[in-house]
Design a protein around this ligand. Structure first.
Ligand SMILES: [Ca+2]
Ligand SMILES: [Ca+2]
Length: 176
């Protein structure tokens, strides 16, 4: 595997694509293109040196979805775990303040496109908005999205236990 693929950075990032806990390399081509994985098989000894051995490239199956239409060269496309399963998903900002994602299935495959919420109020895009941040505010290991509204409150949107990222809003008071 050419280490320069990662060094180049364009459209490439580290993400666990087969669910084994080791970060793999995801290379996303400009559309119409492919998403390919270089699988990290762990550290091995080679000619007296300890090196990471990579397998691939292997297609990341888009299934019935359209994940291959989006690539990590875009400032509107990122990796983040939106459904709380521990695997970073492919998230795209629509540019209209909202976002959708393709779930990382953990077996070299993307799921179908999912909006961040089924019903309004829709959460803001977790990326590309200057007043929006993400963090796990209630320590349940799932990402929360907050938007600052003035100086006294923030709206928090968080995933539910149902399939995907069904969000709801809550106002949190900031205590001085
Ligand atoms: Ca992996
Ligand atoms: Ca995930």
């Amino acid at each position: 595997m050419d280490a320069l693929i990662l060094a180049a950075g364009h459209g490439t990032d580290l993400v666990d694509l087969n669910g084994d806990g080791l970060p793999d390399i995801l290379k996303t081509d400009l559309a119409p293109g492919e998403h390919n994985a270089f699988i990290n098989t762990g550290v091995t000894n080679m000619e007296g040196a300890r090196v990471i051995y990579w397998l691939g490239p292997t297609n990341v199956n888009p299934g019935a979805g359209t994940a291959w239409s989006f690539n990590l060269s875009s400032a509107d496309t990122h990796l983040a775990d939106m459904d709380g399963d521990g695997l970073a998903d492919l998230v795209h900002n629509t540019g209209l303040g909202e976002a959708f994602f393709f779930a990382n299935k953990g077996r070299l495959a993307w799921g179908s496109r999912q909006d961040l919420a089924v019903d309004p109020p829709f959460p803001p895009s977790p990326f590309g908005e200057t007043d929006v941040r993400t963090a796990d505010f209630d320590f349940d290991k799932r990402i929360d999205i907050i938007r600052a509204n003035g100086s006294a409150s923030i709206n928090r949107c968080r995933p539910s236990n149902s399939n995907g990222f069904t969000a709801h809003s809550r106002t949190l008071n900031i205590c001085n």
